[in-house]
Design a protein around this ligand. Sequence first.
Ligand code: FES
Length: 128
Amino acid sequence: MYTAIILDYYRHPRNYGTIRGADIMERDLNPLCGDEIEMHVKLEGSIIKEIKFSGHGCAISQAAASMLTEMVAGKTLDDARRVSRQDMLDALGIPISPARLKCALLGLKVLKTGVYRRLGAGMKEEFW
Ligand code: FES
């Protein structure tokens, strides 16, 4: 049911870890299962110079968070703010049932919460 790509990101997550002295540190959990994702971002001006994630959870949540770090590395905070739910679902490349939506979007929710906080703005988007 998962593609080889999702399983590969799950088993060999890119950008897994933490960043000492990160400019953005944000964590949240999927309220349905308690699985957690934490995102660390190091900035150079408004550019995402380095990004790492850590946490635990199902293959979809971990693979999505890892893919997301690659999507926004080297981009601006504003670019990260504009990554949409659909962008994340497209990157996963498989149909995501409503029951798994929180898994797929947990990393994005964490990152965007941190980015909005850094930009001094409240996040108005609905994630779940
Ligand atoms: Fe917990 Fe997917 S089952 S994040």
